[in-house]
Write a protein that binds this ligand. Structure first.
Ligand code: ZN
Length: 138
């Protein structure tokens, strides 16, 4: 059984409400960095993007790479080697990101269709047939 999440501070509760409103979907109890998989309780800060999150540690790592540093060892992110309880805790965050990405993809296609972009062009951009694009997104 997973450990219960620690009680939320007023600031965290406010940030979760704002993020949920901004992202259009209720956040899971515990959110995780979409890059390294660490939970909100394992890092100082998580920054919300469209359905995804990045922690302060990964931002620092990305900044170092952009500044010319080397890529981290591949051992940095091996979520499938984590204990079962941690994988179960990670599952809602990954599901949240997948659902949010699907919603965002549908919104992009809806926007393109509202601009009268053809199913053939949508399919072409996705590398699928016109028919496949129509079946998936209409
Ligand atoms: Zn991270």
């Amino acid at each position: 059984m997973a450990n219960p999440a620690p009680k939320k501070s007023p600031g965290e509760a406010r940030a979760r409400r704002n993020a949920g409103r901004l992202l259009g979907r209720k956040l899971p109890k515990t959110v995780h960095c979409s890059f390294c998989g660490k939970s909100q309780h394992q890092v100082k800060m998580l920054i919300a993007g469209p359905g995804m999150f990045i922690c302060d540690e990964c931002v620092g790592l990305c900044s170092a790479i952009v500044a010319g540093g080397s890529l981290p060892d591949r051992a940095y992110f091996k979520p499938l080697e984590r204990p079962t309880g941690e994988l179960l805790e990670l599952l809602p965050s990954v599901n949240y990101a997948a659902d949010s990405s699907r919603d965002f993809l549908q919104q992009i296609v809806d926007t393109l269709r509202a601009r009268e972009v053809s199913w053939a062009d949508v399919g072409g951009a996705l590398g699928v047939s016109r028919q496949s694009a129509w079946e998936r997104f209409s």
